[in-house]
Design a protein around this ligand. Structure first.
Ligand SMILES: NC(=O)c1ccc[n+]([C@@H]2O[C@H](COP(=O)([O-])OP(=O)(O)OC[C@H]3O[C@@H](n4cnc5c(N)ncnc54)[C@H](OP(=O)(O)O)[C@@H]3O)[C@@H](O)[C@H]2O)c1
Length: 323
């Protein structure tokens, strides 16, 4: 495993980190299997773990706490997120700070997340939705800074809404935040346009999330894919999304070099972007952990394949199902 600096935090984080949404609330999760996968990742050198209160109302945070307590010999970086008070994803322009992150709500959820995890502090606390215009109401950032100064966490981040990399650039330039979490993958390359240059300029760490486009870029979805009742993917992969996503993933299949899998190609594409500090694939199965973590040693793709994959950029705009 190789490590990169997470911006101004100066933490050395593993190139492949760990996304913990699935194990909190997607159907088909098995806690014993999830814990085994987390431990395998820690043993293989993964040291950055991303969770949120919203991933099973604290369930995923509880699993992270267990992992940390079982590995007191290792430095594992813990990142969680405060849900918006109105529980609406994504945020919309008309939502105010009071709708989503009033100071008392921030305090309540930071304390709740710490209890869920059974930890005294987190390394990184992120806003789970974000509007750049909330910077005009300083109460949010002031509350976060106050709690950080109390030692409840050590760095402040934002998680940028799906397909809105522009809606975080002001926060990056404000100097208030240490990290951004943003969707970046073979399809969603637009953070490179303005967000990444701003992050480099301000030394803000970049966490690349959703490397497999929620599953499409594993190459395993078909136009008939369905999930058990209650799984959020049924509401995201509506035909309007699933059909073109599968077509575009199928167009990538002939490009996968022999000896490599499509998920590995997807991760190694992201490793080619030096602004990204850590990639956080969602994983619940040991086989996925093993295959994904190995990509750090294999390194970025060769120049020709990178250039070819850049042509598969897909610029999308938020809409009624995108969440
Ligand atoms: N708003 C936000 O802040 C936000 C939103 C979305 C995600 N996130 C964060 O980003 C993380 C990653 O995103 P995500 O989990 O939604 O989506 P993702 O990483 O794009 O895809 C996860 C899916 O890929 C599968 N997978 C992983 N490795 C695989 C492999 N080697 N071969 C085949 N399939 C593989 C997983 O299966 P298994 O689970 O069965 O292993 C899971 O179904 C989340 O876990 C969360 O921490 C944050």
């Amino acid at each position: 495993m190789k490590y990169r600096k997470l911006g101004r935090t100066n933490w050395n984080v593993s190139e492949i980190g760990y996304g913990m949404w699935g194990m909190g609330s997607w159907t088909g999760s098995d806690d014993a299997e999830s814990l085994g996968s987390l431990q395998m990742a820690a043993d293989m050198g993964c040291n950055f773990f991303d969770t949120a209160w919203a991933y099973g109302s604290g369930k995923s945070e509880g699993l992270l706490g267990k992992l940390v307590r079982a590995n007191t010999d290792k430095k594992l970086y813990t990142a969680t997120k405060i849900p918006p008070k109105n529980f609406q994803w994504p945020s919309r322009r008309e939502y105010s700070l009071d709708d989503c992150f009033p100071p008392d709500h921030i305090q309540k959820f930071v304390e709740w997340s710490l209890r869920n995890a059974g930890l005294d502090s987190f390394d990184l606390l992120q806003f789970h939705t974000w509007e750049d215009n909330w910077l005009d109401d300083e109460r949010g950032i002031m509350k976060m800074t106050d709690l950080k100064n109390q030692g409840l966490f050590h760095a402040i981040g934002i998680s940028i809404n799906r397909w809105e990399p522009w809606n975080g650039i002001r926060a990056v330039r404000s100097g208030f935040i240490d990290t951004v979490q943003v969707i970046y993958n073979i399809f969603d390359q637009n953070p490179k346009d303005e967000l990444f240059p701003a992050c480099r300029e301000m030394n803000v760490g970049v966490i690349a999330r959703v490397p497999f486009d929620e599953g499409t870029l594993t190459g395993n979805l078909t136009k008939d894919s369905k999930w058990p009742k209650g799984d959020w993917r049924n509401t995201y992969f509506v035909p309007e999304n699933l059909n073109p996503s599968v077509d575009r993933a199928d167009a990538l299949k002939p490009l996968v070099p022999s000896g490599m899998t499509m998920p590995q190609m997807a991760l190694r594409f992201i490793l080619g972007e030096p602004t990204v500090s850590t990639i956080i694939p969602g994983m619940r199965k040991p086989a996925h952990v093993k295959s994904n973590l190995k990509t750090s040693d294999d390194g970025p793709l060769d120049h020709g394949l990178m250039k070819n994959l850049e042509k598969h950029r897909w610029d999308r705009k938020p809409n009624k199902w995108s969440q």
